[in-house]
Design a protein around this ligand. Structure first.
Ligand SMILES: [Mn+2]
Length: 338
């Protein structure tokens, strides 16, 4: 965070405040980890704070310290709304467009609080008075660590906070392998371990909690995978019928898209997941190297994200969307085969 914004934030936090902390919709490990770490920090420093999530989050994140205190905007609607409208400061973490919180965006737009953004996605919008936006960062969790350091409170990072921050860095970096994983990321992680973060235990809790039906759903997804060697592309489809057949639970398809990239020579991996309830297909894009799925998703699928990881959606059927998607590939052939 630059000095001007940092000083403004320091001034704001110099007396006890009412604070709401908001992750994006369908929060992942980084969103829950960063909001909870910040929540612990603020509460430990005399503020009244709540994490308000737009909707529920996967079971494999529920062990995180403080997770049981998170308000669910869908289920605890009036309490959540009160919390947002009473807040003097609203932190938005791991997203940079109010559209990323779904139904909650209306409440945020009406709020009178000072907004603080902490985020590592591209092209931030300008709703926040205090901004800490850095696309080079591995995760929002790493940014929360840096921010607490900048506030001069490095020693206030507890074991609970260290576990939360470790989780978000681990999940957003694909266990420390994505390109945004810097030497500094590892220094942060080393310090978190010194502060008590339990790396082995966290890996186990996040990655080794499969249900049999999730592994069967993964089998189905892999069977559905189509490989377009000519375009160095692999894509997966999952219909609502298939999700139902394997008793889909929220979070079950997390990480499925990455399997395409484990194929030798594949540069672009995509998964299209039908969601009958919302009447859309949810799409995840992953790439290796310079091919920007952020640009691709932004241009064609009403989405965006990072250079190598992005999301998007389609209002059309699976068949129509695949036809459209494959029709786009020839114009990217040179970039994908490079
Ligand atoms: Mn993130």
């Amino acid at each position: 965070m630059n000095l001007e914004h940092l000083n403004e934030l320091k001034k704001l936090l110099s007396s006890p405040k009412k604070i709401a902390i908001i992750p994006h919709k369908n929060p992942d490990g980084d969103a829950i980890g960063s909001t909870l770490a910040l929540w612990h920090y603020l509460v430990n420093n005399g503020h009244t704070a709540s994490v308000v999530a737009p909707n529920d989050f996967p079971k494999f994140l529920k062990w995180m310290p403080g997770a049981d205190q998170i308000l669910n905007f869908e289920k605890e609607n009036s309490q959540s709304k009160t919390c947002i409208s009473n807040a003097e400061i609203i932190f938005t973490l791991d997203f940079n467009h109010l559209g990323r919180v779904g139904q909650m965006s209306e409440s945020l737009e009406l709020a009178s609080a000072t907004f603080v953004m902490v985020d590592h996605h591209q092209e931030p919008s300008d709703y926040a008075k205090i901004m800490y936006s850095d696309v080079r960062m591995s995760s929002t969790c790493e940014m929360v660590y840096v921010l607490i350091n900048q506030l001069g409170k490095k020693d206030s990072i507890t074991t609970e906070m260290a576990n939360c921050i470790y989780t978000g860095i681990m999940t957003d970096t694909g266990s420390f392998k994505f390109k945004a994983t810097t030497s500094n990321t590892h220094r942060v992680v080393a310090d978190l371990m010194d502060k008590g973060a339990e790396g082995t235990e966290i890996h186990h809790r996040i990655y080794d909690t499969n249900s049999p039906s999730r592994l069967h759903l993964l089998g189905c997804a892999l069977k559905n995978m189509v490989i377009l060697e000519e375009y160095a592309t692999a894509y997966i489809t999952l219909s609502q019928e298939e999700l139902d057949k394997y008793n889909y639970q929220k979070g079950d398809t997390e990480g499925f898209v990455n399997y395409g990239l484990t194929l030798d020579g594949i540069q672009l991996a995509v998964i299209f997941i039908e969601n009958k309830e919302e009447g859309i297909l949810k799409i995840s894009f992953r790439s290796v190297g310079d091919f920007s799925v952020n640009d691709f998703a932004r241009t064609h699928f009403n989405g965006g994200g990072h250079t190598n990881a992005a999301g998007g959606k389609s209002d059309d059927s699976i068949e129509e969307t695949i036809t459209f998607f494959t029709s786009l590939l020839p114009q990217y052939k040179n970039q994908l085969r490079s």
